[in-house]
Every structure is written in C-alpha cells, then in structure tokens.
Design a protein around this ligand. Structure first.
Ligand SMILES: Nc1ncnc2c1ncn2[C@@H]1O[C@H](COP(=O)(O)OP(=O)(O)OP(=O)(O)O)[C@@H](O)[C@H]1O
Ligand SMILES: [Mg+2]
Length: 256
C-alpha cells in the first residue's frame, strides 16, 4: 500500500451558521493525481484553504507526512511542502514573469526583507539559487522564453501555468490546484494535462479541484465527490461516474 501523504479526519469548517465542510475524511496517497469535485459551493476551495492554513478547521485533524498541521499558518504549511494555486489568478501583473516565480521561493529562502536591505554574506548566493530554481520551473511549464514579459501580457493559459511555476519553485511534496483549466481553450487544456502528468512523474503528488469533467476523468486516478460540504463518495473515475448519488448531486443542481 502506498504512503498516505495527507490525511483529513473529521474536518469541519463553519462560517457562522454555515457549515462549508462537514466531518470530512480524506486520504491523499503519495504519487497520485487526486481530484476533488462537486457542484458550486460544495466546499472544495474551503478544503484547500483549510489544508493550506488560510482557515483553521472548526473541528478535526489534518495530518501531513504524519504530523498535525491543522491551525498552522500558511507560511509554515508551505515550508513543510504544500504549495497551491488559487481559483482566481493571483499574479503581480505589472511585474516580469521571472519575478512572479521568484516570490514563490520564499518558503525555501533563508533571507528576509532585512537581508535584501543589508545584503549579508550569503545573500548573493541565495539570490542566485532562487533565480536558477525559478528559471528551471519556468522551463518545465514552457514559459522560459517569456521570463522578461510582464505577467499581464501573457495569455490566460500562460498565466495559469505561471501560477503553477510559482507554486513549484518552493519544491513542494504536494501541489494543490484549484480549477487549473478554468477559462482555457482545448489546446491549453491538453498542454496542461501533459504538464500535470509531468509534475507527478517528477515525484510531486497532485491534488486538484476541477469542474471540467472530461479533464478530471482523463487525468485523475482517484476522485472524491463533495456536495454541501459532505463527502458523497471516493473512487476511480469509472466508479464515480456510475454512482447514482453523484449523478443526483449534479442533476439536482441543474434542475434546481
Ligand atoms: N470566508 C468565508 N466566509 C463565509 N462563507 C464562506 C467563506 N468561504 C466560503 N464560504 C461559503 O462556503 C461554501 C463553500 O464554498 P467554497 O468556496 O468552498 O465552494 P466551492 O466548492 O469551491 O465552490 P466553487 O465550485 O463555486 O468554487 C459556500 O456556501 C461559500 O459561500
Ligand atoms: Mg471553489
């Protein structure tokens, strides 16, 4: 059996009277491409936000590589090896592509703002390592030739890949992608699917949230379905597609 990298047990997230995630149990095995799907408002992004420390769970346990991380701040969680992209693109649009990636190195970097001001010994070597690592991931996502462009001049699909580069430059063990293909054309989607497989083959476990069913079913090895914050089922793409509870969750939303 493969190692469980991330383990959620009884995770509940409440916002006032609204329970966004209800007693969720979920395992992410190392080396997998894993997906979380469900209708709008099902709680998918909230799961990512609670795993990455943006929210603190109301109840439950979140273990990463066997250690409890629930309630740690986002920086410490990133430092332990979880990186993510966001549902809405978050880039420094007026900065060059390369600088947007370098920002993501922060969890692996020993220097801080004071270091940048006073440039103590080692600062330059560290800066060089950051640049090298950033160029490497830009090459991996196919954007090396755009390194000096301003982020705002990239196409939508390229901006999404830039966000992935920024997440990857922190050398994560687990990469969370929140709706990575939203707004992409078919060519961009095909390229992204190849990139995600490539990332996994390099030893990074991938956990994605995605509405594009064709994409999710073709890419994921195992899928968990959420509805109103509750887990309906977990299974292979074939199992999930054949599950009447899943069909009902989606159809119910369409009719209602
Ligand atoms: N910070 C917050 N404060 C209050 N309510 C929130 C907050 N974040 C999310 N919610 C609510 O929690 C529920 C789940 O939201 P979430 O964003 O996790 O859904 P989702 O599955 O990612 O949906 P979508 O597919 O539309 O992105 C929704 O009802 C949402 O309005
Ligand atoms: Mg969402």
């Amino acid at each position: 059996m493969s190692e469980v990298l991330l383990e959620l047990r009884g995770v509940t997230v409440r916002f006032g009277g609204l329970t966004a995630v209800h007693e969720l149990d979920l395992n992410i095995e190392r080396g997998m491409i894993r997906a979380l799907i469900g209708p709008n408002g099902a709680g998918k992004s909230t799961v990512f936000n609670v795993v990455t420390g943006i929210y603190r769970p109301t109840a439950g346990s979140i273990r990463f590589r066997g250690e409890e991380i629930a309630g740690l701040n986002p920086y410490h969680i990133a430092y332990r090896g979880i990186a993510r992209t966001f549902q809405n693109i978050r880039l420094f649009k007026n900065s060059p592509v390369l600088d947007n990636v370098k920002v993501g190195r922060h969890p692996r970097s020993k220097s801080n703002v004071l270091g940048a001001l006073f440039r103590p010994p080692g600062f330059k070597a560290e800066e060089r390592r950051t640049t090298e690592a950033s160029l490497k991931v830009l090459d991996l996502v196919g954007l090396l030739h755009k390194k000096d462009e301003l982020a705002k001049n990239l196409s939508y699909g390229e901006q999404r890949r830039l966000e992935i580069a920024r997440a990857l430059v922190s050398d994560p063990v687990l990469l969370l992608l929140d709706e990575p293909v939203a707004g992409m054309n078919p060519q961009e989607k095909a390229k992204l699917m190849e990139l995600i497989r490539n990332i996994r083959d390099r030893g990074v476990t991938v956990f994605l949230v995605e509405h594009d069913m064709k994409f999710v079913m073709a890419l994921s090895e195992k899928i968990t379905v959420l509805d109103y914050g509750r887990k309906i089922c977990t299974g292979t793409p074939d199992e999930v597609q054949a599950d009447p509870r899943v069909i009902e969750a989606y159809l119910g939303k369409e009719v209602g």
